[in-house]
Design a protein around this ligand. Structure first.
Ligand SMILES: Cc1ncc(COP(=O)(O)O)c(C=O)c1O
Length: 376
């Protein structure tokens, strides 16, 4: 009998994941503008979060790495970027983190304390969920965009109350009910935190994001976002009053105990902010209409007005087969499964980008039409 190895439990765990059709594996890709090459096959890329498709600028890798921003990593370029981001969000100050994930972890755990209450939408991103776990506050999850449930849960007693929501929900593409949320927050003196990773730079006037799009920009107390999606660069940031930013610098472990984002990426973000984003945004808006109308005409249910269009399939295995079928026909749209979305709510998540031409979308629609006949 083969002797048992102390890491054998790992195989058992992996086998369980495979049995439930939830196994993930890495594949090497080569993404270039509208195309992605996987296993030597060139596919139309419907999975990029580079929504605006801003043309790539040359970056100078002056210095790769130094140390934490609080030690010797705080390159002069940060000052410029944080000034621009503060203005972009109409806030007193801002702070750049290495990623949006780390911005969520750092800011939410820094601002909330024991005795506080965090109200978090049930569909919030994993980084918000992890940040809530790190905080010492009580966490209360309200049903997705359910204002009655939020109102009820806001009745709980607490020192400070925080409402946390995404702007555009990353796997559903719907908008948070920010008008009602900010009204409830005002009544209950709750602090509003928004993670606008998917709305920032993509919607609102001058790409100011979801709160601007819904006319509540001034009612948000703390913005958290990513530079790696609409802006197509890399990094994360928070924007708020100066004292909140000061607290983040002093308390965020994901800011203090990690190396600074290399300055060439900071400069890259600055270049992209200064680029012609408006032209790309208009192209993106046109593409969203062409693709979503086309999908509806085929018979798909499109419950999104944004650049994130989920095609809900339900069963995990079927979603994987659907994704494979699309790939065989020249289109890459990643199936999304539990735990990213609830069990039996597997889906294809299409991200529309300004990289796509009219002809690319026509080709995509032909493939989806064929898939509809095959799977529906
Ligand atoms: C809603 C949301 N917040 C935060 C993040 C993390 O951003 P980043 O990729 O910059 O770490 C993501 C990434 O997918 C996201 O969807």
């Amino acid at each position: 009998m083969a002797s048992k190895h102390k890491l054998d439990f790992v195989d058992a765990e992996l086998e369980k994941i495979k049995q439930t059709n939830l196994y993930r594996k890495l594949r090497y890709v080569n993404a270039n503008k509208v195309y992605i090459t996987i296993n030597g096959k060139k596919l139309l890329n419907l999975c990029s979060n580079d929504y605006l498709g801003i043309a790539t600028t040359k970056i100078q890798t002056k210095q790769l790495q130094s140390s934490s921003r609080l030690v010797s990593g705080n390159d002069e370029s940060y000052k410029k970027l944080e000034k621009v981001l503060s203005k972009h969000k109409s806030q007193q100050n801002s702070l750049v983190y290495p990623t949006g994930y780390m911005a969520n972890l750092g800011a939410i755990s820094a601002i909330s304390n024991k005795g506080d209450l965090i109200l978090s939408d049930e569909l919030n991103h994993a980084s918000i969920i992890e940040a809530c776990k790190l905080s010492n506050a009580k966490v209360s999850i309200y049903k997705h965009n359910d204002m009655g449930d939020l109102q009820n849960k806001l009745k709980q007693k607490a020192k400070n109350k925080f409402i946390i929501t995404e702007g555009i929900f990353s796997m559903d593409g719907d908008l948070s009910h920010l008008k009602q949320i900010t009204e409830l927050a005002e009544k209950k003196k709750a602090i509003t935190i928004i993670d606008d990773a998917h709305g920032d730079f993509s919607i609102g006037k001058d790409g100011k994001g979801t709160p601007d799009h819904l006319n509540v920009e001034k009612k948000i107390d703390l913005y958290i976002s990513s530079l790696s999606k609409g802006l197509g660069s890399f990094g994360g940031y928070v924007a708020s009053q100066s004292n909140v930013i000061d607290l983040c610098i002093n308390k965020s472990k994901s800011f203090i105990y990690t190396s600074a984002l290399p300055s060439f990426l900071v400069e890259h973000s600055l270049k992209r902010i200064e680029s012609n984003r408006e032209k790309q945004k208009k192209k993106l808006e046109k593409n969203i209409i062409q693709l979503s109308k086309g999908l509806e005409n085929i018979g798909y249910e499109v419950n999104s007005e944004t650049h994130i269009i989920p095609i809900i399939i339900g069963n995990e295995k079927l979603a994987m087969e659907f994704g494979e079928y699309l790939m065989d026909n020249g289109v890459f749209a990643q199936p999304i499964r539990y735990p990213t979305v609830p069990k039996n709510k597997a889906r294809l998540r299409i991200s529309v980008t300004a990289w796509l031409s009219k002809a690319d979308i026509e080709k995509t629609l032909l493939v989806f039409e064929k898939a509809y006949r095959e799977f529906w």
